[in-house]
Design a protein around this ligand. Sequence first.
Ligand code: ZN
Ligand code: ZN
Ligand code: ZN
Length: 316
Amino acid sequence: MKSVDSTGDFLANCKNVKLSYYASDSENLTYCQALGNSSRDCMDYTNWGANAELVYETSETGLGASNIKFSSGCGISSNNLEYCYGCVGSSNLFGCVLLKKKEYCIFNKQYTKEEYEQMVPKVKAHMDEMPYTDKLGRVYKYGEYFPPEFSPFAANETALMDFTDMDKEQALKFGLVWREPKESEYKATLEVKDIPDHIDEVKDDVLKEIISCEMCKKVFRIIPQELAFCKKHKIPFPRKCHNCRFKDLTHFRNLPKWYKRSCDCKGVKSKQGIYKNNVLHPNHGVDDCQNTFISTYSPERPEIIYCGSCYVAEIA
Ligand SMILES: [Zn+2]
Ligand SMILES: [Zn+2]
Ligand SMILES: [Zn+2]
């Protein structure tokens, strides 16, 4: 929406944003996701933004973040951080964790500006001389993000599952951790089939029940506010757990997977012959449109996908 020279999905008011997903009011981004409010000149960066610049291979970072690399959970007026976690209001940190309003620290130890400037290049050189090698034999010199096997979370416990269709086999092949969920210690006290169809007939004592999800069979409860919301808006009582409901919700959006496509506009109608154009398109007239572009709609899908020029000609 209102984006120029950009490819990806869910982009709004963006300029020169490439292969990115959920970004707004930003420019010069590549491989970024979920950034907003004036993020610029960033790459391989997920989540947040808010006046962030020069951020690379970093997540959950923003609000005046500048020149942050290989880090997570940093920002809030921070700059020049590398390999940091949870550092805020700070500058010139290397390999630090949870520091606030600090500068010139390496591995959370305080140095003078001069010492810091001498020491950091030595640490980087050491990383190149003795790099970490992960289980799959991948080598991590300076300039790589932390190996996924260091993550305290398994891939299937993270938001990765909301944005990919990755399964266990693929995750393990990629060197990610996969953990089978523990069996719940709670036993269901209410089956979905025993819940009244109409919300008006659902009594407040349902709040005490442990309900078995009709989809994944895991158990869940609901809180008074949820029940009140359903009653107020005449929404049927949920039959699925929160995770399954969230999955249903996200099912409607395309995943951040990029397909090179050619325009489905073939002269005066769509390739499928279903849609007849309202006007003659100035870029190709009665001939097939030759434009190609990147889309999150795979070529196998049934939707008619026009290039920007043909689309604009039709809706103008
Ligand atoms: Zn479920
Ligand atoms: Zn076209
Ligand atoms: Zn066309």
